[in-house]
Design a protein around this ligand. Structure first.
Ligand SMILES: [Zn+2]
Length: 89
């Protein structure tokens, strides 16, 4: 049985907030690990090499687009380095 995830394993966004309900694999099936913002057609979008880069990007988005206070944005993104995509990086 494969593991199920409640949130994207790249950016930590809960799948319930993803309008597409998840990213897509190369064969068109839904990804069970990554959201539609991070993962399309079997490839990661954007050019993030480390969890820190992803976290900085997400904080910026939350602050500038969603108008979250910086401390709240940090709170929502603090688990990014522990997600599957960034393990061992
Ligand atoms: Zn994501």
């Amino acid at each position: 049985m494969s593991k199920t995830y409640k949130a994207c394993q790249s950016c930590a966004m809960p799948f319930k907030y993803d309008p597409a309900g998840g990213g897509t694999e190369a064969d068109g099936t839904k990804s069970v690990m990554y959201c539609s913002y991070c993962y399309q057609d079997g490839n990661f979008t954007g050019d993030f090499k480390t969890a820190r880069e992803m976290q900085d990007f997400c904080i910026k988005q939350l602050v500038e687009v969603k108008k979250f206070p910086r401390i709240i944005a940090w709170f929502f993104t603090r688990c990014i380095p522990k997600l599957e995509r960034w393990r061992g990086k």
